[in-house]
Design a protein around this ligand. Structure first.
Ligand code: AOF
Ligand code: ZN
Length: 363
């Protein structure tokens, strides 16, 4: 049973980077009547946003001569089968129509359009349903999707690079190349896998980043920048129109010129912290994940508000001697716990998670 769900989880990951804002879902159909050796007769996963769901692909992969075996088979699905008409018809209806014998899942679907109704439909049709199987792995797989629905905000990853003596940049804020080529490639891969990428005002001005996915094949994320007083120059790479950029500002100000692909979001003054407005707005725009790439001030404000899910820190061998000290970013994050540590070329990558269950090494 375990091996079949693990296989379904593995299939689900094949959709990474292509299915957002939908979850990654995998499905394995196993012919397993009492007393016989279980045999996989179908496999599928959700491959692309808007296209067929995992269960439909798994059913479609069953050979015609095996279709009569479905009533003596179990569908291992990583997420509760859907019950609603979205871009696709309901998977629960399909499983009922095909008379599947049994359905086993990792997690209930937190999407209010489904949330329990998929299981209710299956049970009402007499299908045996079991859920909560390898549920922690299922939640981890779709951490972005679960955070989005359960906390009404995107999943937040804070990323920075620091030198071996603990600096993240030069004193005056000038850009310094800290991490190596392999680390930079990995960051581009991360960009291709997330919905959005964000920087603060100073980083946008000083580094003039493009925030696109150049070093990895894959899609460009939406760019986000805070520009409270609309002071950023219009000729920054962020505003080049090659991918969409959302600018958050407080003042009504004067938007000098409308630029293609640039969306403005205004927080009325005295409407509370801009971060809260920003996260609510991203939730409304159905953005499920944000990679925050600095600078120090922005990273720190996320940490101080407790609004983060992962910290991804590259530590290079380089020494800077003086500059902006990284300790100031990390210090308040005492509740974080070590998730993984590995070498990426010359740089050490440490990932911390902000989850109480994961207490393998508090920082
Ligand atoms: C499943 N199997 O493989 C996936 C599910 O617009 P739609 O029709 O694609 O529906 C998207 C919603 O369906 C998504 O928010 C989530 O609740 C569920 N995703 N369900 O049974 C799948 N990807
Ligand atoms: Zn479905």
């Amino acid at each position: 049973m375990n091996q079949f769900m693990r296989r379904a989880l593995e299939l689900a990951t094949l959709g990474r980077g292509y299915v957002s804002p939908n979850p990654m879902v995998g499905c394995v159909i196993v012919h397993d009547p009492e007393g016989t050796e279980p045999r996989i007769i179908g496999e599928g996963w959700h491959q692309r946003y808007g296209e067929a769901h995992a269960e439909r692909n798994a059913i479609a992969s069953v050979r015609p001569e095996d279709l009569p075996l479905l009533p003596q088979s179990t569908a291992y699905v990583t997420l509760e089968p859907c019950s609603h008409y979205g871009k696709q018809p309901p998977c629960a209806d399909l499983l009922i129509e095909k008379q599947i014998g049994c359905v086993v899942c990792c997690n209930d679907d937190p999407n209010p359009l489904v949330s329990g109704q998929g299981f209710a439909k299956l049970r009402a049709a007499g299908i045996t349903v079991e859920t909560g199987f390898l549920s922690e792995i299922g939640r981890e797989l779709n951490a972005r999707f679960f955070t989005f629905f359960e906390q009404s905000r995107p999943y937040i990853m804070l990323k920075w690079a620091e030198t071996s003596d603990g600096f993240i940049g030069a004193e005056g804020g000038q850009p310094v190349k800290i991490s190596g080529d392999l680390a930079n490639r990995l960051v581009h891969r991360w960009r291709s896998e997330e919905d959005a990428i964000m920087v603060g005002t100073n980083t946008a001005r000083m580094d003039n980043p493009r925030l696109n996915t150049r070093l990895w094949p894959g899609k460009n994320p939406t760019r986000i920048v805070i520009d409270k007083n609309l002071s950023l120059p219009a000729d920054l790479n962020l505003f080049d129109g090659t991918q969409s950029t959302i600018v958050y500002h407080e003042s009504e100000g004067e938007i000098v010129e409308e630029r293609p692909n640039v969306i403005h979001s205004i927080t009325p003054r005295n409407a509370g912290p801009i971060l809260i407005h920003l996260l609510n707005d991203l939730h409304e725009r159905k953005i499920q994940s944000v990679l925050v790439e600095g600078g120090a001030k922005l990273l720190q404000s996320f940490i101080e508000a407790g609004l983060w899910d992962e910290m991804r820190v590259f530590r290079s061998r380089m020494m800077l001697g003086k500059g902006r000290f990284a300790g100031a970013i990390k210090a308040p994050a005492v509740q974080g716990s070590l998730s993984s540590r590995e070498m990426i070329g010359e740089d050490e990558l440490t990932i911390y998670k902000n989850s109480p269950e994961n207490e393998s090494g508090a920082i």
